[in-house]
Design a protein around this ligand. Structure first.
Ligand code: URP
Ligand code: ZN
Ligand code: ZN
Ligand code: ZN
Length: 472
């Protein structure tokens, strides 16, 4: 046989093209693309299906420590299983440096947790919470050379947030080591003040998570992060943008010539703050930061996906169980929203929501869908063209997508460790039916075909933004 596997009869979709062709795969790589490819040991029928590069979710939290007594609902097995069921072949979780730890110590923990347990390929962003001279001067440059080419910093969350001088020092170190920096933009002091006010007024229900994290707190921090990056002259990524005003800051920075990327997430397209107002504490199911906003903000985020303000559409999957004192229903969280762990599950539902609400409605085309869900993630984070496209020489990571399959989203189908999905009952059209990871059929009809442990750790090259590109 000429090929190990041929994917036959499908419609190939990349960020640039849509066309009919077969894909020949040998040793996990795409080795031929063409009509009527010859016999292979294995043939996968893709008739009537879209064949897309496997989804890359560059923003997920797995097994991340989240406070005393709180346990994230996914380990690497369940988190990557859920990703796979949702049509993803690569996810990029965060590796959290806890205060007092070195980056190496943090990496050792996460690699041990991930090793042998993943259904998809993975790669880590480092969260820098303690930017000591050793971290900035020794570890960051060394780790960058080893393939850890991105870091994240927080402007909010006590214990994680960096002050502006620390952010500047971290940006400067990232510039020297040629790493791209993701920034969580919310003004911690404003938020803490407002949380105190809400509690003093007796407004302690989950809904007040949203009222204590207003758009102005996100917009101001977005502007400040962009200004700090301009001062240091290094590229940053504004993650999980929820509203028009923060988007305007991104556009203004681009007009000034800054090299930046913007990301939004499903929760800002289809949820609103009203979801946090459900009774019986159900609003806690939607507590994440920044919080979902209003209809106008949803429309703005949709327009940003269409017009290029956003380069990335990620899940920010950060799952906690709802009916669990180690999850959303912590003893303290039931007393005040201040203590409800922030984050919602979404790695399995990311692609179907954008396809159904974006492609099927005509807001974005198929090429843009692939760019936003796969290609741009690979380019921004140094995985392209090994990942993120369908081309000779690329890894054979393919999602076979049924564009007409109608599904009602329900938690039982999602394979994650959370006991709920914020999208329960949502009707979508379009769903992944088969997934290949480096040439192996790993998912079929909502079931992992091969066991865990097929996923590999991916060292990465430098970001396209670092390599002189002005945009993805
Ligand atoms: O609420 C959220 N988004 N939790 C995850 C951590 C983060 O800020 O990305
Ligand atoms: Zn053969
Ligand atoms: Zn964040
Ligand atoms: Zn996040």
């Amino acid at each position: 046989h000429s090929f190990d596997t041929v994917v036959r009869g499908g419609t190939i979709v990349t960020a640039a093209d849509v066309y009919q062709a077969d894909i020949g795969i040998t040793d996990g790589k795409i080795v031929a693309i063409g009509r009527d490819l010859q016999e292979a040991a294995t043939t996968i029928d893709a008739t009537g299906l879209l064949v897309m590069p496997g989804g890359i979710d560059s923003h997920v939290h797995i097994a991340q420590p989240s406070g005393e007594g709180i346990v994230m609902a996914d380990d690497f097995e369940s988190g990557t299983r859920s990703a796979l069921l949702g049509g993803n072949t690569t996810v990029m979780p965060f590796c959290l440096q806890q205060k007092g730890d070195t980056l190496r110590e943090a990496l050792k923990k996460y690699h041990a947790l991930a090793e042998g347990n993943c259904f998809t390929d993975i790669s880590f962003h480092m969260i820098v919470s303690d930017p000591t001279p050793h971290v900035l001067g020794q570890e960051m440059p060394a780790l960058a050379e080893e393939g850890y080419t991105s870091i994240k910093v927080f402007m909010t969350y006590e214990g994680l947030r960096l002050r502006d001088d620390e952010i500047l020092a971290t940006l400067d170190a990232a510039k020297r080591s040629r790493q791209v920096v993701l920034v969580h933009c919310e003004n911690e002091d404003a938020i803490r003040y407002l949380i105190g006010r809400r509690e003093a007024d007796g407004d302690t229900a989950p809904y007040h998570h949203a009222t204590s994290r207003p758009i102005a707190a996100e917009r101001e921090a977005t502007h400040r992060a962009l200004s700090l990056a301009e001062i240091v002259d290094t590229p940053i990524v504004i993650v999980h943008v929820s509203n028009r005003e923060a988007m305007e800051e991104i556009s203004r920075a681009r007009l000034r010539g800054q090299k930046i990327a913007g990301e939004t997430c499903p929760q800002y397209l289809v949820l609103t703050a009203d979801d946090l107002d459900l009774e019986d504490f159900e609003g806690a199911k939607f507590v994440c930061s920044p919080p979902p906003r209003d209809k106008e903000s949803q429309d703005a985020c949709w327009s940003g996906l269409e017009n290029g303000v956003f380069d990335l559409y990620s899940s920010d999957h950060c799952p906690f169980r709802f009916d669990d004192p180690g999850g959303k229903k912590t003893e303290k969280g039931m007393q005040s929203f201040r203590w409800i762990p922030n984050g919602i599950p979404g790695v399995a539902t990311r692609l179907p929501i954008l396809f159904s609400e974006g492609v099927k409605t005509g807001r974005i085309d198929l090429n843009r869908f692939v760019a936003l869900t796969s290609t741009n993630h690979a380019k921004l984070y140094g995985l392209y063209p090994q990942k993120g496209t369908i081309a000779v020489g690329s890894d054979a990571d393919l999602t076979l997508w049924d564009p007409e399959l109608r599904k009602t989203i329900t938690n039982d189908d999602l394979g994650h460790g959370a006991d709920y999905t914020p999208y329960e009952g949502m009707e979508v059209t379009g769903w992944p039916v088969k997934v290949l990871l480096r040439g192996d059929l790993v998912m079929e009809k909502g079931v992992p075909v091969l066991g865990k442990g097929r996923g590999r750790y991916l060292p990465r090259k430098r970001s396209n933004l670092i390599n002189g590109e002005t945009s993805l």
